[in-house]
Design a protein around this ligand. Sequence first.
Ligand SMILES: [Zn+2]
Length: 386
Amino acid sequence: MIRILTYEEHPSGQAIFDRYLYLAAYVLPFSPEDVLQDDIVDIDGQKIFAGNFHAKSGKSPRRRNDRYKNLLKKYKVNSATSTVQQRFMEDQLLAAKLIWHINYDLYAYLYQVDNRGIEPLTVPPMHRQNLRKLLTGKMDVLENVFNDIGKIKDKDSKILQDDVFRYAAFSQNGHAVKMLASMDVNVCPYCNRLYTMTITKDGGKSRPQFDHYKNKSEYPYLAVSLMNLIPSCGLCNQSKQDKDTEVLYPYADEMGLDAVFCTKPETGLHYLTGNRNAIEEFSVALDIVNGNLSQKLEQKILHSDDVFNLTELYNKHKEYILYLFWKNYIFTDEYLQELCREFSDAFQSLEDAKSMMYLMDIAHEHWGKRSLGKLTHDIDMEINGA
Ligand SMILES: [Zn+2]
């Protein structure tokens, strides 16, 4: 429900993009020439490009465990003693064959050859422009792709997730954590409740999860697409799981001022002065206040509320809301103005005094910085008007 910045808008956008491409080249069974193309990425001060990728990244061929060996055998990929370079090629050929078998439309999108009915015997040339679109394209670009290619069946999806679009390898790689750190999403954009800062230290880390906006079970070919990865809290990621309900897309949509959290009196009005015995007097509701919203956006707002249980969860924050009423009862605008006069060195404006009172800046652009930023804003608006 809170908008987050795309890599193109982000002050650290280049670092996010570089880290992403590097990681994609590292985990995907495609050549670095196809993934990086002409880009030179800066990874911790090292300039890395397709020509020096293997040497600089230390990427090694996939370990041949039994499952992998069986796949090579099943799809008739020669796995006799081979050089490192040959093993990379075998991995790429296996990926092409798997895609060819599972979904020819996806194959035709990613590779430049038209061989419907004839299984590829060598690594087909990649359609680099399409690969780049799939990896870094915005949601409208991805939408064209998934509308054309459609959903993938359970068993096939697992194969694509494990052996082609290797999300597990992607998300477990240390560079994913560094990418999340650059993205700097402090609070979950779906619920605006739980903090999602990224920290790393020896032997441990704390980081947001990646929610797949289009779920990776049905759309495994979007499993590592940058614009399909939403840094989010574990609870929201869990709530959404494999549901294909269209919720607000944090890189483009938000509730903003179109839908607001507000209180509804149930049995009394003492809560309006923050009386702490009055917690049962009211409930919290989500109101769509913009009557001119497009039906699509309104649906997304309602679906987000439903999928992430927002109204129910926000009703668990009634004590916090009582404190907001209590503060406003005591710290009237007149009183805050008096404070501004008395401490002119501490406050530039009435908003500053209010930020001190709420322990956060409630301006729209700051909602994503603090837990419950939007709720605090909305209740303030309910009490003091827009
Ligand atoms: Zn969340």
